[in-house]
Structures are given as structure tokens and as C-alpha cells.
Design a protein around this ligand. Structure first.
Ligand SMILES: [Zn+2]
Length: 116
């Protein structure tokens, strides 16, 4: 993290700089023409003032990973799954989605609560 580039070759938004979900047209990174625009998703736009804290991201990355681990654990527990080899393609995708959203949610929460 952060996820870059956030725009395609034509400059259209692709992924959120903060959480890698689908980006919209609001960015935080463009200061020179050659810079990545730093496009954000709709949820991360809501905490745009907190994104300056991303310069010190390592502790936030760890918290985000913890959020992903917890989300995966909850997802597996809810379904009673203990053997990942038994997951079909849809369940495998949903497991990864749970991890991804868990990381993104925890990252946004950590940025909101950061004491600086
Ligand atoms: Zn985002």
C-alpha cells in the first residue's frame, strides 16, 4: 500500500489508492503532470482529510492485515469451513472478498482514529 497506479493509460480512474477497490474521479496524489492522480473509491473519499496520515502507513498496514485475518476467520466460522481445499470457485472468491473488505475497513478505521 498505497495501490498505484490508480489510473489507466488514458487517465481514467481504476483502483483506489487507499484500499484498491474501484476508484471514482477524486484523487489525492496529483501535484505534477507525471504524478499518479491517487484516485480514491467512494468510501475512502469520505476520510480524505485523514489520508495525509498514509505517509506513516506501516502500523496501518499491520492493523489492516489483522482486520483481514479476522474477517476471514469470521467468514469461515459462519460457514463451518475448516478445509480450504473444499472451497468451490465462488466460495474462494468470497473468502478473498472478505479478506479484502476486512483489510480496507480496518485501514479506514485506523486512519480515522490516528492521534495526529
Ligand atoms: Zn478506497
Amino acid at each position: 500500500m498505497p495501490f498505484t497506479p490508480t489510473a489507466d493509460a488514458q487517465g481514467a480512474p481504476t483502483v483506489c489508492r487507499c484500499c484498491a477497490r474501484r476508484a471514482i474521479g477524486t484523487g489525492v496524489g496529483l501535484t505534477k503532470q507525471k504524478d499518479d492522480p491517487g484516485y480514491l473509491c467512494g468510501e475512502c473519499v469520505l476520510i480524505i482529510e485523514d489520508l495525509a496520515k498514509m505517509r506513516r502507513l506501516d502500523p496501518f498496514e499491520l492493523q489492516a492485515l489483522d482486520g483481514g485475518v479476522e474477517a476471514v476467520g469470521e467468514w469461515l466460522t459462519e460457514r463451518g469451513i475448516s478445509d480450504l481445499a473444499l472451497l468451490d470457485e465462488l466460495d474462494a472468491r468470497m473468502l478473498v472478498k472478505a479478506a479484502w473488505l476486512g483489510c480496507a475497513d480496518r485501514l479506514r478505521a485506523a486512519l480515522r482514529e490516528a492521534p495526529f
